[in-house]
Design a protein around this ligand. Sequence first.
Ligand code: NAP
Length: 281
Amino acid sequence: MLKVWLNGYSGQIGSAIAKLLDPLQYEIFETDKDELDITDIENVMSFGEMNRPDIIINCAGMTDVEKCENNKEEAFRVNAIGARNLSIIAGKISAKLVHISTDDVFNGTKEKPFDEFDEPNPISVYGKSKLAGERYVKEFTKKHFIIRSSWVYGHGDNFVSKIIQAAQNEDILKIANDQFGTPTSADELAKFIIYIMNTNEYGTYHMTCNGVCSREEFAREILQQLKINAQIIPVTTNQADFTSRHPSYTVLDHLILSILNDYQLITWQDALSHYLKKEGQ
Ligand SMILES: NC(=O)c1ccc[n+]([C@@H]2O[C@H](COP(=O)([O-])OP(=O)(O)OC[C@H]3O[C@@H](n4cnc5c(N)ncnc54)[C@H](OP(=O)(O)O)[C@@H]3O)[C@@H](O)[C@H]2O)c1
């Protein structure tokens, strides 16, 4: 039975993976900050050496973009040093490492989708710390999957849940029309992670649902699918509700997936529909 060590199992993406991992197929070790802080190299090393997982999944991270902006050292400690620590133990025990990264590693000025070979050039502390994490993963492990995704929503507090809650309480929502990307459900991302970790096709992947939209279009689709009447006013990011700073255009091109050609992605609208049904909306 393969042993899988899932870090950050209670986060949006981690909890989606935790639900999909079949305990009959995998021996699963789930840790979060309370059980094991990934920034503590000694604890990471001893946990890894004691349990000797075949696969380490890193879903732990400091994900609040504004908090990262105001706490640069902490952002780099978690997103870069934490990733480094997991890479060192993965290399030492010869485990595969699945590391989740982000579209925020790009600067968003290209106005065409970014593929895996475009040069990252992040503009936020969050993006810079995530890129530093990617570089450590490449430096310390050979058997890695770096998976960049975007606009992920899962169980918990996220753009979708905030829009629904606000639309039920307020008549007018101000939503950014100057940010473009691809909403991706944590479930779709989790399915892909479990698929790819069982292969030997190492490297960097762009994985999002199919399609492109603005934050405003995303919000309209949420309300339309739920048949909620609320007025949406398009505004720029600095005037918008529920939107943190983010490069304006970070659509990810799935170049590597299209070359490998055996993984089917669904549209962001279909993924949203599955999510809303699952969440009982
Ligand atoms: N959400 C997105 O749109 C998106 C898009 C692309 C990539 N990603 C990446 O995917 C990963 C997971 O994202 P998510 O949306 O699932 O985030 P999330 O819901 O914020 O979950 C992150 C998890 O990491 C844990 N954590 C934080 N610091 C830790 C530490 N020092 N040691 C161990 N665990 C720690 C958190 O625990 P506490 O709650 O106790 O702090 C939380 O359970 C992150 O690396 C993020 O950068 C996210």
